[in-house]
Design a protein around this ligand. Sequence first.
Ligand SMILES: [Ca+2]
Length: 564
Amino acid sequence: MNPQQLLILFSLLVGALGAKAPPNVVLIMSDDMGFSDIGCYGGEIETPHLDALAANGLRFTQFYNTARCCPTRASLLSGVYQHQAGIGLMTGDRKLPGYRGEIGRNVLTIAEALRTVGYRNYMSGKWHVTRHTRPQGPKDNWPLQRGFDRFYGTIIGAGSFYDPATLCRGNTFITPVNDKAYQPETYYYTHAINDNAVAYLQEHAEKSPDKPFFLYVAHTAAHWPMHALPKDIAKYKGRYDDGFAPIREARLKRLKEMGIVGQDLKMSPRSDDWDKTSHKDWECRNMEVYAAMVDSMDQGIGRIIEQVKKQGQFDNTLFFYLQDNGGCAEGYGRYAPKKPYPEYKPMGPDQFQTKIWPPMQTRDGRAVRHGPGVMAGPEDTFIGYGRGWANVSNTPFREYKHFAHEGGIATPLVAHWPKGISKERRGKLEHHPGHLIDIMATCVDLANVNYPKKSGGHDITPLEGVSLAPAFSGQELARKDALYFEHHLNCAIRDGDWKLVRYGQTGRPSKLRDWELYNIAVDRSELKNLAKSNPEKAKELADKWEAWAVRAKVKPWPWKFEVD
Ligand SMILES: [Ca+2]
């Protein structure tokens, strides 16, 4: 063999080894957004960077979350159902194994799993899987103690985008003013999350270029309050003047054109009548700001993509984008104050913002205003975009954040990975149902993690999900079991084309309603309840759900409830 042939052989060997190198993973999740908000899922909101990932990647059309912030994060990070990870509800301790309000030591986080095979792990954004949120309290379930090498972000969920409560760098509480590592001209949390993610990528390239990385970017856009910067809001001025219905119709039309939903799918009922809506200018502004929040998140995702490209890692980086629950119909910030706003003083540079909703103040000492007529966007405003627009966000599905109907639990999932997604699959759709539990299983599969049965003296709960990797080359997923849901007594099971679902969170005390049965293949908007016409299927699925509920620590419930 001559020297030239040797060189070619060497290059081929290096290439072959490179092909087997585990991918970097960038996992991006947004907060309180509906199924059809982003462009590549039918939305009119401009998200060119996510659309570009979709155009060269794979879009999952039936991917599911848990309908709420904390449980979604617990399930996503651990690869098991949220109750199994200890966060069946939120971050309060209900003294039951499924409801400790704390991500347990019986699970690993994705970061802890990937660390076992040499990954460096970075996180920027919202954590929200611990009940210990004070500067001096226990931090054993904070990101740095759960597998991440770097952390910038907030320990709790929600709050001002200009002055987030529980803002931390590593284990240390900071304020936007006293954080020496990050001093932009205007502090805005969405930008801060993206900018710090970019900084972590740069640090990785400088200090650990030989290692793969996992970057978890947990956005709080577009959770209330509707906060966005003027130039981004201006882009959407007038876009929503015709109200809810035309936007819903346009979104459903595009979803059908894209093939994301079936051609015969019917629209879910409208929640609100625009003609009867008071304060139309105010409602338009709320949606303009919401759109601006999503737009600004996408701009930053573009900066992350650019940085990964600059580092020569784009081909072997698996990007995931998904949302933690459906559009939010909660009424936060939508009512006028009952009492005059309190008087405030300016805050010192080291003084922490402790509030996530009013009454609260800006750092310069102004009261934060809310209620109809307060035009959303600036730091002294606190507005939720409300049920009418949440109904638009969740087009064409029923219900909202909190609920187990499709509007609560359906999320886009965009996957992009040039080295791993076959050419034939790029720009295509994957219709097989998937769930948050599959993200950990995919990471474990692709990084060749030998998932432990024990860790740190604790028995580790086996993973519930399946790897999504087969879908990257058009193969069937290996799922054997159904997908299950429970949040605040809103319950569901998805088994093949069938879905059984019921309301729980209605009235006080909470009441469990009758199960509803839908054939999702033809009726994903859940309009024709087949429970009475097919009681055998309803019973079969209900029995299966009950068995899961006991196995997965959903039961016993920490509430008193009645059955209708
Ligand atoms: Ca959320």
